[in-house]
Design a protein around this ligand. Structure first.
Ligand SMILES: Cc1cc2nc3c(=O)[nH]c(=O)nc-3n(C[C@H](O)[C@H](O)[C@H](O)COP(=O)(O)OP(=O)(O)OC[C@H]3O[C@@H](n4cnc5c(N)ncnc54)[C@H](O)[C@@H]3O)c2cc1C
Length: 493
């Protein structure tokens, strides 16, 4: 609505709002928070304009790809939090926690029948992208998706950025406009019509059952047909957990980020990706916090357009500048790429030079090859790789520098690049709590040359960048990391 950049709003059909509808729906699909959420703000704007109440809908299907106890637990912790807030604030909140595949779809199709309009999150990957593509055709009232993903609206780019440098130029030109038009902190506080949305008896029962399921997770999760061997992790999927982690990073990690972020032993990175992925925190809040730690006299006037180079743009503290380059440029380049690339997860979308060189070397002999199961269980000859995979398997996260090495080695150890890609997507999206994200694909495809340039040609890799465990061992601090995750599973050789 007012104040939201039109480049964030995507019309999913040409219908207007149904004036006879009972309520406006905001469907929380990707950004599971009430604060700093453009899509929720937009839905509140429509509810106010039409003088209708707002219904907030949130669901958990059980048949999404890579469904597991790990993802379900994190997600349901976040949903229970949203339900509690809704209860306290008297919001019309309708959760569905599905027991069997297809239940939720039937429920929302029925529930949305008397709707004025449906607003939901724009999201460029996973089943949400495909579902959003279909939603507009399913209803005869207005359906719009709103982009709350980053600072640079997805509609701002005209084509897929082919590297970070290209995207950084766009970011630099638009940063101030994006940053100074933030999402409202508390859009719900602007909601005018607070009336109660009446539900049928059956709908009330569904709501109650779903609330029970999310609050009694342990009793319920075992009944689902999802992967139970990938268990919950130590992190909680809630907004307070995200804010606490952010504070901890700002106090301890940020001041050494530039120099130490590649050292697994140093704990210098933010650890924000799980909560960013589930939309529990907005990128804007993270950027704002980091900017508060620029030197005392720094303000937005210090920013100078720098033609896409990394240094000399924010012109502040080097740690803050370096962190902002990751959280804005590197994070958002993946969103914009996927937004413009329906086949973002296919080998064919690699740049021509990378595809050609990988295909030229597809038949090169490999010194080692491992099956998916051997990789999954850390059964390779390489101690660092095994440790990184163990961290992913056990803790659900992996350090960024090791993630790069992890991906590169799978290219070296599988029969051909397409198999490597398939295994990496599967391992990442199964085990990583931040998986199934635009950055899952930008990270994995980076290992195959996306967003990168050609390097010196060598066997197997061709001209794509090569990494070794030996140089990693020399370059970064790993001792404590290996003590924690190393030697868990060794190959009998
Ligand atoms: C093979 C491979 C797979 C990856 N899979 C994922 C994934 O599934 N989900 C995911 O969110 N990221 C993925 N990444 C990108 C990156 O590794 C993670 O975003 C980062 O490690 C998250 O840790 P952090 O929050 O502590 O990062 P920080 O260093 O604290 O950075 C802050 C934020 O900036 C963004 N960011 C940082 N580095 C990158 C990067 N290289 N690319 C894109 N965004 C970045 C993330 O949103 C991150 O949370 C992958 C990278 C590789 C090489």
């Amino acid at each position: 609505m007012q104040g939201i950049n039109s480049k964030r709003v995507f019309r999913r059909n040409e219908n207007g709002p149904n004036p006879d509808g009972d309520f406006v729906v905001y469907w929380m699909q990707a950004h599971h928070r009430y604060k700093y959420n453009y899509a929720l703000e937009y839905a509140v704007g429509w509810a106010n304009k039409l003088d209708k109440p707002l219904l907030i809908f949130e669901e958990l299907k059980c048949d999404y790809p890579w469904a597991s106890d790990r993802i379900h637990t994190f997600y349901l912790q976040g949903m229970a939090e949203n339900a509690d807030i809704a209860e306290k604030k008297g919001l019309n909140y309708f959760p569905v926690v599905e027991l069997n595949s297809g239940q939720s779809k039937k429920i929302w199709q029925e529930l949305f029948k008397n709707t004025c309009c449906l607003i939901t999150d724009e999201y460029p990957v996973f089943f949400i992208r495909d579902r959003n593509d279909r939603l507009g055709k399913q209803f005869n009232f207005m359906v719009r998706t709103v982009d709350s993903n980053g600072l640079i609206p997805l509609g701002m780019t005209e084509k897929a950025p082919y590297n970070a440098y290209f995207f950084r130029k766009i970011m630099q030109k638009n940063f101030i406009e994006g940053y100074t038009a933030p999402p409202s902190e508390d859009p719900i506080s602007r909601l005018k019509n607070k009336s109660y949305v009446s539900l049928t008896k059956r709908q009330k029962e569904i709501r109650e059952t779903s609330l029970k399921r999310m609050h009694n997770l342990a009793d319920f999760i075992g009944k689902l047909d999802i992967r139970h061997n990938i268990g919950p992790i130590a992190l909680a999927g809630t907004r307070p957990a995200a804010l606490e982690k952010l504070d901890c990073f700002i106090q301890h990690g940020l001041k050494k980020y530039d120099e130490k972020r590649n050292d697994p032993d140093e704990n210098a990175t933010s650890g924000m990706s799980p909560w960013l992925h589930f939309g529990k925190i907005s990128e804007y809040e993270i950027v704002k916090k980091a900017l508060e730690h620029q030197p005392q006299n720094w303000d937005l006037d210090n920013i100078t357009y720098n033609g896409g180079s990394t240094g000399g743009f924010f012109n502040g503290d080097e740690n803050v500048d370096s962190f902002l380059d990751e959280v804005i440029t590197w994070r958002e380049v993946g969103f914009h790429f996927a937004h413009h690339t329906p086949d973002y997860d296919k080998f064919e979308t690699l740049p021509d030079w990378a595809r050609d060189t990988l295909e030229d070397h597809a038949d090169d002999p490999r010194k080692w090859t491992y099956s998916f199961e051997e990789l999954e269980q850390s059964k390779t000859h390489d101690e660092i790789w095994n440790a990184a995979q163990a961290q992913l398997r056990e803790a659900g996260v992996m350090h960024n520098y090791l993630r790069m090495l992890w991906g590169k080695k799978v290219i070296e150890w599988t029969p051909n690049p397409k198999t490597a890609l398939e295994y990496l997507i599967e391992l990442n999206n199964l085990y990583a709590i931040d998986g199934r994200d635009p950055n899952s694909y930008s990270g994995i495809f980076w290992c195959f040359g996306r967003f990168d340039r050609a390097w010196q040609e060598r066997p197997v890799f061709g001209k794509i960048r090569y990494m070794t465990s030996d140089s990693t061992r020399k370059k970064v601090k790993l001792k404590q990391y290996l003590a924690k995750y190393g030697n868990q599973q060794k190959l009998d050789m």
